[in-house]
Design a protein around this ligand. Structure first.
Ligand code: ZN
Length: 405
């Protein structure tokens, strides 16, 4: 029923994935988008559109491997991988390509102690078949070490970098010049080279020699720059440090997302959406299977929750919804538990925010890793929760799953 409204659950499931091959990981293209997949993109070159609107050549192309999967390779000398391009642009520490040399501890993004697990293609990515050129719009990156992983929304992170750019004159020591150099090299729209990594390294070295600043050398420089500029970090004293919460403090993001959802459910289209979602799920909660609706004489106890409130997509379609009981609607909105599609099934996964709750409360919410039975989902698989929307939600909230890596 919702197909003709222009939604396609497969949109934007394309991503650039890390593949640990022997010692050093390589990158391949996974999934499909607008009918393209890795094989269809063999031999194509990759441009990238950044949130600042600039499109730049990445020097990357998809090398048709003689055996196995095509790999994303750099034509530049020296070569530069997608992981390093994106992290240096986002002012993140330089990653490694060897997962096994990373620790299991937090924080994740420490110089040469983490990998970039994947880079998501945004829905606005374009494919130019005549020129064999893909202009991809990175929507999120997932960073990981052996113990943890988290997704970082590219646009949200870039907004923070730009806020630092604007006030960089107020930074101490060599930092204004270094931050300005980072800004200048991105303003040209030229391909990113390893020089940008050196600039980020310079910023980190300068931070570690800044008196009175609690900065762990090699760790994410952005929170330290924000601290120096008095840009208040979005966390409260009751919450763990930002590194344990994921970027942008998901509790706060979740609260904001909740307000958007509430605003969205109001109104006529909201009612149509709610009814369609409840009906598709037979008034069951997708997380616990409780059938608290469709009972004559009793007000429905299941809600139609939105996955994404802000997407450019048509929001009020069933694949952007979940039928949830009151408890699970709360737990989902609070970003404590999320459904995740893994190998063609949905599983319930707790996020790191669950660490803030007691064992009894956790047990009432659910069981880590529990598969969601097909009977709790719509019969029509086209109406199942869109994993593209879910991925974007994780990135938007900076969700870190307990079970990852
Ligand atoms: Zn429930």
């Amino acid at each position: 029923m919702s197909r003709d409204r222009g939604i396609d659950a497969r949109v934007a499931e394309l991503h650039i994935g890390f593949r640990p091959s022997g010692g050093r990981g390589e990158y391949e293209v996974v999934g499909n988008h607008s009918g393209y997949n890795a094989i269809g993109l063999e031999g194509w070159t990759f441009s990238m559109r950044w949130p600042d609107g600039l499109v730049r050549d990445t020097g990357l192309w998809l090398d048709p491997a003689e055996s196995g999967k095509p790999r994303l390779r750099s034509m530049l000398t020296p070569a530069i991988q997608i992981s390093r391009i994106v992290t240096s642009m986002l002012m993140l520490p330089d990653p490694t390509r060897e997962l096994r040399s990373t620790p299991k501890s937090l924080p994740i993004a420490v110089t040469k102690r983490y990998i970039v697990k994947d880079v998501g293609f945004g829905t606005e990515s374009e494919f130019t078949g005549v020129a064999d050129l893909v202009t991809f719009v990175p929507s999120y990156i997932t960073v990981a070490n052996l113990g943890e992983s988290k997704s970082i929304g590219v646009a949200a992170r870039w907004t923070r970098v730009e806020a630092v750019y604007i006030q960089s004159d107020l930074l101490p020591g060599a930092l204004p010049a270094l931050v300005q150099s980072h800004r200048d090299s991105l303003a040209t729209g030229d391909p990113v080279t390893r020089a940008l990594t050196s600039t980020v390294n310079g910023i980190m070295a300068s931070l570690s020699s800044t008196p009175g600043l609690a900065y762990q050398e090699g760790s994410d420089p952005l929170p330290a720059l924000e601290m120096l500029l008095g840009i208040s970090p979005p966390s409260g004293p009751t919450l763990p440090p930002p590194d344990e919460l994921g970027e942008d403090a998901p509790a706060i993001s979740a609260r904001s997302a909740h307000q958007y959802r509430l605003a969205k459910v109001r109104g006529a289209s909201g009612r149509v959406f709610s009814n369609a979602v409840r009906a598709s799920y037979s008034n069951r909660c997708a997380f616990c299977g409780a059938q608290f609706g469709g009972i004559p004489g009793i007000r429905s106890g299941v809600d139609a929750a939105h996955i994404l409130a802000w997407s450019k997509h048509d929001l009020d379609v069933v694949p952007n919804g979940l039928s949830l009981c009151k408890l699970h609607h709360w737990a989902f909105d609070a970003a404590i538990i999320m459904p995740r599609r893994e190998d063609d099934r949905y599983y319930l996964r707790f996020t790191n925010l669950a660490d803030l709750l007691g064992h009894e409360e956790i047990a009432r919410i659910g069981k880590e890793g529990q598969p969601i039975p097909d009977q709790w989902l719509p019969n029509d698989t086209a109406l199942h929760p869109s994993s593209a929307f879910l991925q974007r939600l994780y990135a938007d909230l900076g969700v870190t799953f307990r079970s990852d890596v």
